[in-house]
Design a protein around this ligand. Structure first.
Ligand code: 1GP
Length: 250
């Protein structure tokens, strides 16, 4: 039987110490360097491509995802910004709920709209609790989801949310500071959450150096995601440095 993408994530963490994911935005602003980004990822130790964004400014998103999937030699996971980005070209999707927010549409409304389409397409779903933190500026996801982020200096609130996600049966929890955040999730918060919960943690938002990525992993993160920092540097050197920093037993 084919290994599920979720099992691939767990196996990769066991084998390499942690998982390195690169986020590609399928919006028109990425069109020019999309192929180069995927090629670099193939050659520089990237374990997963996450594909998604808060807002699509043209109608060619599905076509770009097809291009990504055609070239990628690792799983391509839909990281949903909206139902409209859903298509048949993904290997799996984070079936997410914005648990940090109190907006019912992003807690369950969008998921109900998506579920029949997901069922029809037969995409693997990975139940994922999504927690948005205040990364020092108003990010696109905060504005678009109309939710209040968790204050960055309130780790007890963060732990309570992660435990709730775990008890709800989420397989992963995404600790998100927001794309282009000024401050990434603090290592103290990751360490505390990892010591008090069991669900594998994804950490993203505002991670700009391999050293910072490494620190997130040693604090207890299972997966680190980078997006913005690579958009202007698609040559692969920085990608490899991130992959090496994340793969602590690789
Ligand atoms: C955003 O966590 C991801 O959802 C990546 O953030 O673009 O800041 O790397 P950056």
């Amino acid at each position: 039987m084919k290994t599920s993408v979720f099992q691939y994530i767990i196996n990769t963490r066991t084998r390499k110490g942690a998982v390195y994911a690169v986020l590609i935005d399928p919006d028109r602003k990425s069109d020019g360097n999309l192929d180069q980004q995927v090629k670099s990822a193939n050659n520089n130790g990237v374990d997963i491509l996450l594909v998604g964004g808060s807002l699509m400014m043209d109608s060619r998103c599905h076509e770009r995802v097809r291009r990504i999937k055609e070239q990628a030699r690792m799983p391509v996971i839909f990281f949903p910004g909206a139902l409209s980005q859903l298509n048949q070209h993904y290997d799996a999707m984070f079936f997410m709920s914005i648990l940090s927010g109190r907006n019912p549409h992003y807690l369950i409304g969008e998921q109900v709209l998506a579920a029949p389409i997901v069922h029809d397409l037969g995409i693997e779903t990975i139940p994922t609790g999504y927690l948005l933190f205040d990364g020092g500026k108003t990010t696109a996801v905060q504005f678009m989801s109309n939710t209040t982020p968790i204050p960055i200096n309130q780790p007890d609130i963060a732990v309570a949310h992660v435990l709730a996600a775990q008890y709800l049966g989420m397989k992963l929890v995404y600790l998100e500071a927001g794309s282009g955040a000024q401050h990434s999730i603090p290592v103290e918060t990751i360490r505390l959450i990892a010591s008090e919960s069991e669900v594998p943690l994804i950490v993203g938002g505002g991670i700009r150096t391999p050293e910072v990525a490494h620190d997130k992993i040693t604090a207890g993160a299972a997966m680190v995601v980078t997006g913005t920092v690579l958009e202007s540097k698609p040559d692969g050197g920085l990608m490899k440095a991130f992959a090496d920093a994340v793969h602590i037993s690789g």
